[in-house]
Design a protein around this ligand. Structure first.
Ligand SMILES: [Zn+2]
Ligand SMILES: [Zn+2]
Length: 332
């Protein structure tokens, strides 16, 4: 099969790979659409020690089952493989499973024509649904989980306060949609890429600002959702959050750097980390996309798998106006 293989930092090769081997309790899936995630870029730059080359990256997938008990079914794949038996799994917190594995990290990913995955990770979707849109289930599930946690922890409901989202990729944009879903009427999204800002502005969902040119209001937001996660955005988050407010740390571009722990302490700021989603968040996100509850999703940039390497380079250089590139291994 054809696949995009991350072979060394800054290198992705489009080449022939052996078809995956089917083992017990797994299914073979033909990939229709697969999104490029910020974490794939992070790996591509050689910044993720968990993703060791040579490796097929990619974990935001919609495909069709071609071998296994559910052959013929169209599906989104929950890329997080969990044991189902540890205390966290049994408690519904599958994302915290001690034995968790992610496709495109601990096993081959989806930048390929085919993939194998445990059959239990297959989430069926209608046969006539749009593969490219459904490939956004994974980032949508991340955002749904994050906004759900903010609502749970915040002193006052999301609907009563102002929210700041940092980062205008798919995760940041989906955070805006779910904040709207929770009734938030005052949302600002900060994005440094001018083309991407324009794409999001056109959707008319929220205020869109350039954090380099516009000072974000200090103590101005009840909740701040950081979909980037580096030293700079963490500083901005702490500065922008109101006393008693919530910072939701979603992205993890860079784990190091200083934070204003003084303000966090004296202003009783709640700082929450979040990792992926529960199995149910994933299903709910798939359902919301199918039902058209998260907008028309027509801001996706569709490309062929062969354009993978160029796409990575363009994303790194900030030349992509769309919040998400989706590759179509078998269709373009
Ligand atoms: Zn992702
Ligand atoms: Zn487990």
């Amino acid at each position: 099969m054809k696949a995009l293989v991350y072979t060394a930092p800054n290198t992705i090769e489009y080449r022939n790979e052996l078809d995956p081997n089917l083992v017990a309790d797994e299914s073979l899936v033909r990939i229709d659409a697969v999104g490029i995630c910020g974490s794939d870029l992070h790996a591509y730059l050689g910044h993720d020690s968990r993703r060791v080359p040579p490796l097929i990256l990619g974990h935001e997938v919609c495909g069709t089952v071609v071998e296994g008990p559910r052959t013929g079914v169209k599906a989104v794949l929950n890329p997080l493989i969990t044991c189902g038996e540890c205390d966290d799994c049994v408690n519904g917190l599958t994302n915290l499973c001690k034995d968790r594995k992610l496709i495109g990290m601990n096993r081959p990913g989806a930048f390929a024509e085919f993939i194998t995955i445990p059959t239990k990770n297959i989430v069926e979707v209608p046969i006539d649904s749009d593969s490219t849109k459904l490939a956004l289930t994974e980032p949508a599930a991340v955002s749904l989980h994050a906004v759900r946690l903010v609502e749970k922890v915040a002193v006052r409901p999301i609907s009563e306060g102002a929210a700041l989202v940092i980062g205008g990729g798919a995760v940041g944009l989906f955070c805006v949609y779910f904040l709207l879903d929770y009734g938030c009427k005052n949302i600002t999204l900060a994005e440094t890429n001018a083309d991407r800002r324009m794409t999001i502005e056109k959707l008319g969902l929220c205020d869109v600002v350039d954090p380099v040119k516009t000072d974000l209001e200090s103590d101005g937001f009840d909740s701040v959702l950081d979909a980037v996660g580096n030293e700079h955005t963490r500083r901005s988050s702490i500065q922008a959050v109101k006393p008693g407010g919530v910072i939701m740390h979603i992205g993890l571009s860079d784990a190091h750097g200083e934070m204003d722990v003084r303000k966090m302490t004296l202003a009783e700021v709640t700082f929450i980390g979040t990792y992926t989603y529960t199995a149910l968040d994933f299903r709910v996100a798939a359902r919301k996309i199918q039902n058209g509850e998260i907008g028309t999703l027509d801001w996706v940039d569709e490309r062929s798998l062969a354009q993978g390497s160029t796409s990575f380079q363009e994303l790194i250089q900030g030349q992509v106006a769309s919040p998400k590139i989706v590759l179509r291994p078998n269709n373009l």
